[in-house]
Write a protein that binds this ligand. Structure first.
Ligand SMILES: [Zn+2]
Ligand SMILES: [Zn+2]
Length: 193
Protein backbone atom coordinates (compact mmCIF):
# COMPACT_ATOMS: atom_id res chain seq x y z
CA UNK A 1 0.00 0.00 0.00
CA UNK A 2 1.39 3.44 -0.83
CA UNK A 3 1.40 6.37 1.53
CA UNK A 4 1.02 4.27 4.65
CA UNK A 5 1.36 6.36 7.78
CA UNK A 6 2.60 5.24 11.23
CA UNK A 7 -1.03 5.30 12.30
CA UNK A 8 -2.09 2.95 9.55
CA UNK A 9 0.61 0.62 10.80
CA UNK A 10 -0.47 1.11 14.39
CA UNK A 11 -3.86 -0.30 13.57
CA UNK A 12 -2.35 -3.44 12.12
CA UNK A 13 -2.47 -5.68 15.15
CA UNK A 14 -0.43 -8.92 15.21
CA UNK A 15 -2.57 -11.95 15.99
CA UNK A 16 -0.13 -14.81 15.49
CA UNK A 17 -0.02 -15.65 19.20
CA UNK A 18 -3.78 -15.40 19.51
CA UNK A 19 -4.23 -17.78 16.60
CA UNK A 20 -2.10 -20.43 18.30
CA UNK A 21 -4.72 -20.87 20.99
CA UNK A 22 -8.28 -21.16 19.78
CA UNK A 23 -10.88 -19.22 21.80
CA UNK A 24 -8.26 -17.12 23.53
CA UNK A 25 -8.96 -13.42 23.80
CA UNK A 26 -6.90 -10.28 23.73
CA UNK A 27 -7.98 -6.70 24.24
CA UNK A 28 -7.07 -3.97 21.81
CA UNK A 29 -7.36 -0.32 22.73
CA UNK A 30 -6.26 2.56 20.51
CA UNK A 31 -6.74 6.32 20.69
CA UNK A 32 -6.56 8.40 17.56
CA UNK A 33 -7.20 11.83 16.20
CA UNK A 34 -9.04 11.51 12.92
CA UNK A 35 -11.09 13.34 10.36
CA UNK A 36 -13.39 12.24 7.58
CA UNK A 37 -11.98 13.02 4.13
CA UNK A 38 -13.44 12.37 0.70
CA UNK A 39 -11.89 8.91 0.56
CA UNK A 40 -12.60 7.86 4.12
CA UNK A 41 -11.10 8.22 7.56
CA UNK A 42 -7.80 10.14 7.69
CA UNK A 43 -5.59 9.91 10.77
CA UNK A 44 -4.24 13.17 12.15
CA UNK A 45 -2.36 12.00 15.20
CA UNK A 46 -2.17 9.69 18.17
CA UNK A 47 -3.72 11.86 20.82
CA UNK A 48 -7.26 12.33 19.68
CA UNK A 49 -10.38 11.31 21.52
CA UNK A 50 -11.52 8.72 19.02
CA UNK A 51 -11.12 5.40 20.80
CA UNK A 52 -11.36 1.90 19.50
CA UNK A 53 -11.74 -0.65 22.25
CA UNK A 54 -12.38 -4.23 21.30
CA UNK A 55 -11.80 -7.84 22.15
CA UNK A 56 -10.13 -10.02 19.59
CA UNK A 57 -11.11 -13.65 19.92
CA UNK A 58 -9.56 -16.48 17.97
CA UNK A 59 -11.58 -19.25 16.43
CA UNK A 60 -10.48 -22.05 14.09
CA UNK A 61 -11.46 -19.94 11.09
CA UNK A 62 -10.04 -16.58 12.10
CA UNK A 63 -10.33 -13.68 14.52
CA UNK A 64 -13.49 -11.97 15.65
CA UNK A 65 -13.12 -8.32 16.65
CA UNK A 66 -15.98 -7.04 18.77
CA UNK A 67 -16.17 -3.76 20.65
CA UNK A 68 -16.87 -0.05 20.27
CA UNK A 69 -15.64 3.00 18.45
CA UNK A 70 -16.36 5.98 20.62
CA UNK A 71 -15.42 9.64 20.79
CA UNK A 72 -15.34 12.34 18.18
CA UNK A 73 -14.08 12.77 14.65
CA UNK A 74 -13.70 15.89 12.50
CA UNK A 75 -16.23 16.15 9.70
CA UNK A 76 -17.49 18.92 7.44
CA UNK A 77 -20.94 20.30 8.18
CA UNK A 78 -23.15 19.54 5.17
CA UNK A 79 -24.83 22.95 5.49
CA UNK A 80 -22.02 25.47 6.15
CA UNK A 81 -19.07 23.24 5.13
CA UNK A 82 -17.08 24.16 8.27
CA UNK A 83 -15.29 21.42 10.14
CA UNK A 84 -16.64 20.35 13.50
CA UNK A 85 -16.27 17.43 15.91
CA UNK A 86 -18.93 14.82 15.34
CA UNK A 87 -19.71 12.45 18.24
CA UNK A 88 -19.61 8.75 17.53
CA UNK A 89 -20.57 5.72 19.54
CA UNK A 90 -20.63 2.61 17.38
CA UNK A 91 -20.76 -1.04 18.31
CA UNK A 92 -18.45 -2.96 15.96
CA UNK A 93 -18.28 -6.66 15.24
CA UNK A 94 -16.20 -7.98 12.35
CA UNK A 95 -14.67 -11.31 11.48
CA UNK A 96 -11.21 -11.57 9.91
CA UNK A 97 -10.91 -14.96 8.32
CA UNK A 98 -7.76 -17.00 7.98
CA UNK A 99 -6.18 -16.61 4.55
CA UNK A 100 -6.90 -19.51 2.26
CA UNK A 101 -10.28 -20.20 3.81
CA UNK A 102 -13.44 -19.42 1.93
CA UNK A 103 -15.63 -16.74 3.45
CA UNK A 104 -18.24 -17.94 5.89
CA UNK A 105 -21.89 -17.31 5.12
CA UNK A 106 -24.40 -15.92 7.59
CA UNK A 107 -25.41 -19.42 8.73
CA UNK A 108 -21.81 -20.46 9.27
CA UNK A 109 -21.86 -22.33 6.00
CA UNK A 110 -18.59 -22.10 4.11
CA UNK A 111 -19.10 -20.15 0.91
CA UNK A 112 -17.85 -21.60 -2.33
CA UNK A 113 -15.05 -19.72 -4.08
CA UNK A 114 -17.45 -18.19 -6.59
CA UNK A 115 -19.70 -16.86 -3.85
CA UNK A 116 -16.92 -15.01 -2.07
CA UNK A 117 -17.51 -11.31 -2.41
CA UNK A 118 -14.71 -9.57 -4.21
CA UNK A 119 -14.59 -6.74 -1.72
CA UNK A 120 -14.27 -9.06 1.25
CA UNK A 121 -11.04 -7.67 2.66
CA UNK A 122 -11.48 -9.06 6.14
CA UNK A 123 -8.62 -11.50 5.91
CA UNK A 124 -5.70 -11.96 8.30
CA UNK A 125 -2.74 -10.61 6.37
CA UNK A 126 0.89 -11.30 7.30
CA UNK A 127 -0.16 -12.44 10.75
CA UNK A 128 -2.11 -9.26 11.54
CA UNK A 129 -5.63 -7.91 11.40
CA UNK A 130 -5.92 -4.51 9.75
CA UNK A 131 -8.21 -2.50 11.99
CA UNK A 132 -8.02 0.48 9.61
CA UNK A 133 -10.53 -1.43 7.57
CA UNK A 134 -12.88 -1.93 10.49
CA UNK A 135 -12.66 1.72 11.57
CA UNK A 136 -13.09 3.02 8.05
CA UNK A 137 -16.01 0.77 7.10
CA UNK A 138 -17.92 1.32 10.30
CA UNK A 139 -17.40 5.07 10.51
CA UNK A 140 -18.07 5.77 6.83
CA UNK A 141 -21.19 3.64 6.50
CA UNK A 142 -22.75 4.76 9.76
CA UNK A 143 -22.19 8.51 9.72
CA UNK A 144 -25.47 10.27 8.96
CA UNK A 145 -25.81 11.75 5.46
CA UNK A 146 -26.88 15.04 6.98
CA UNK A 147 -24.10 16.17 9.35
CA UNK A 148 -24.70 19.45 11.08
CA UNK A 149 -22.27 21.49 13.19
CA UNK A 150 -25.39 22.61 15.04
CA UNK A 151 -29.11 21.93 14.59
CA UNK A 152 -29.53 25.67 14.11
CA UNK A 153 -26.72 26.01 11.56
CA UNK A 154 -27.77 28.74 9.12
CA UNK A 155 -25.60 27.46 6.29
CA UNK A 156 -24.25 29.49 3.41
CA UNK A 157 -26.00 32.27 1.53
CA UNK A 158 -27.05 30.68 -1.78
CA UNK A 159 -26.13 33.88 -3.57
CA UNK A 160 -22.79 35.13 -2.17
CA UNK A 161 -21.67 32.01 -0.29
CA UNK A 162 -21.10 33.77 3.02
CA UNK A 163 -21.32 31.60 6.12
CA UNK A 164 -24.44 33.02 7.75
CA UNK A 165 -23.42 31.71 11.17
CA UNK A 166 -20.81 34.47 11.14
CA UNK A 167 -23.37 37.18 10.41
CA UNK A 168 -25.81 38.30 7.75
CA UNK A 169 -24.74 39.20 4.26
CA UNK A 170 -26.05 42.05 2.17
CA UNK A 171 -28.00 39.92 -0.26
CA UNK A 172 -31.73 40.40 -0.39
CA UNK A 173 -33.21 36.95 0.05
CA UNK A 174 -36.30 36.38 -2.00
CA UNK A 175 -38.58 34.36 0.20
CA UNK A 176 -41.35 33.81 -2.32
CA UNK A 177 -41.63 30.57 -4.17
CA UNK A 178 -43.98 30.65 -7.19
CA UNK A 179 -45.69 27.45 -6.00
CA UNK A 180 -46.45 29.09 -2.67
CA UNK A 181 -47.92 32.09 -4.45
CA UNK A 182 -50.43 29.86 -6.22
CA UNK A 183 -51.34 28.25 -2.91
CA UNK A 184 -51.73 31.61 -1.23
CA UNK A 185 -54.05 32.81 -4.00
CA UNK A 186 -56.17 29.69 -3.60
CA UNK A 187 -56.39 30.11 0.17
CA UNK A 188 -57.35 33.75 -0.22
CA UNK A 189 -60.09 32.81 -2.67
CA UNK A 190 -61.40 30.19 -0.29
CA UNK A 191 -61.44 32.75 2.51
CA UNK A 192 -63.62 35.03 0.43
CA UNK A 193 -66.31 32.43 -0.23
ZN1 LIG B 1 -22.79 24.20 9.92
ZN1 LIG C 1 -25.38 36.64 0.50
Amino acid sequence: MTGETPFDRRLKVPVTNLQKKVFSREKVSVSLDARVGDEGVVYLGEHGDLRLEAWMESSPDGIRVKGRIEGSISVHCTRCLEEYRHRLDLAVDEFYRRPGLGAVGPEGRRLRETEVLEDDDYVIHEGAVDLNLLVNDNVMTRLPIKRLCDEACRGLCPRCGKNLNQGDCRCVVEETDPRLEVLRDLLEEEGRE
